[in-house]
Design a protein around this ligand. Structure first.
Ligand code: ATR
Length: 273
């Protein structure tokens, strides 16, 4: 084996902004001794077709797909997993023999910290890009009642219709007695919304359950701080980020795992935590 990287990987998106994926995967390849290199490819929508032609021409063994290409890219691979088809979006591509496959490892990442758990009623806050993967994950987990609330009700209703779940107005999100609450809004994220929470602490009182924030920067959002104070269990978005990356990595390397604890430490380092 050559002692320099011979296999290309990368993330395609537009605009790419600040992605942690190159830092994490390049570290992972070195860590397990895999001859890969992971690049960042900023390609606008009109170049996406050409990009996938390049994937079929160059020694590109896999990659991640991010905003705004997750839906469109589904049409440019040969096959997608059942899970990805149900979600209607892919965030990962890889080769299975001569076929280029699309997968959605966001669901795998979302489910990782919930493995073996069961919940009666889930409340999902937000109806953006990541919410589809969350709903598919909750269905996979077998949660019998899933309710979605979003500031713009129409977006929640569209997802509710697609997945056969219930949508409620944003102002009524305190009503369902959920034992699992997931934040998939941008409230609490580093920047303008860092001091915001999508759910009030007083609504958590007198009940028990788990609050899962998809946000990972900051690691402990206002929502998670208040949930802890109210005696609820909490899960940060860091696990989901690390696990979606580990699932993709294993697809690319033919099952070689990116070690979990050091990967989590690496992401924290990349976040400056
Ligand atoms: P992503 O693709 O990462 O999910 P997004 O599509 O921009 O990001 O979704 C952001 C989510 O945060 C949306 O559900 C958005 O609500 P709208 O659909 O009404 O825009 C939600 N969101 C953003 N700012 C919010 C705020 N101030 N209050 C409540 N929800 C907010």
């Amino acid at each position: 084996m050559a002692n320099y990287p011979t296999k290309l990987f990368g993330i395609v998106g537009y605009p790419l902004g600040h992605s942690m994926s190159p830092g994490l995967h390049n570290w992972g390849f070195r860590e397990v001794g895999f001859p890969g290199v992971y690049l960042a490819w900023s390609e606008p929508p009109e170049k996406l077709k050409d990009f996938f032609r390049a994937v079929r021409l160059l020694p590109i063994l896999g990659g991640n797909i991010t905003i705004p290409h997750k839906v469109e890219a589904m049409k440019l691979v040969d096959k997608v997993s059942e899970r990805a088809a149900a979600i209607g979006a892919i965030n990962t591509f890889y080769w299975k023999g001569e076929e280029l496959w699309g997968e959605n490892t966001d669901v795998i990442g979302f489910l990782a910290p919930l493995k073996g758990r069961s919940f009666k009623k889930a409340l999902l806050l937000g109806a953006g890009g990541v919410s589809r993967a969350v709903i598919a994950g909750l269905k996979d987990l077998g949660v019998p009642e899933i309710i979605i609330a979003n500031r713009t009700l129409e977006k929640a209703q569209a997802l509710a219709d697609h997945f056969h779940i219930k949508a409620i107005p944003w102002d009524e999100r305190m009503k369902p007695e959920a034992d699992l609450i997931i934040n998939a809004t941008s409230q609490g994220m580093k920047g303008e919304q860092v001091d915001k929470s999508p759910y009030e602490e007083k609504w958590l009182e007198g009940r028990k359950g788990l609050v899962y924030d998809i946000v990972y920067n900051p690691l402990e959002t206002l929502l998670l701080r208040e949930s802890k104070a109210a005696g609820w269990e909490t899960v940060t978005g860091l696990t989901m980020f690390v696990e979606q990356a580990r699932a993709a990595f294993a697809l690319w390397t033919g099952g070689v795992e990116m070690p979990q604890a050091p990967a989590t430490a690496k992401v924290k380092e990349l976040l400056g935590l």
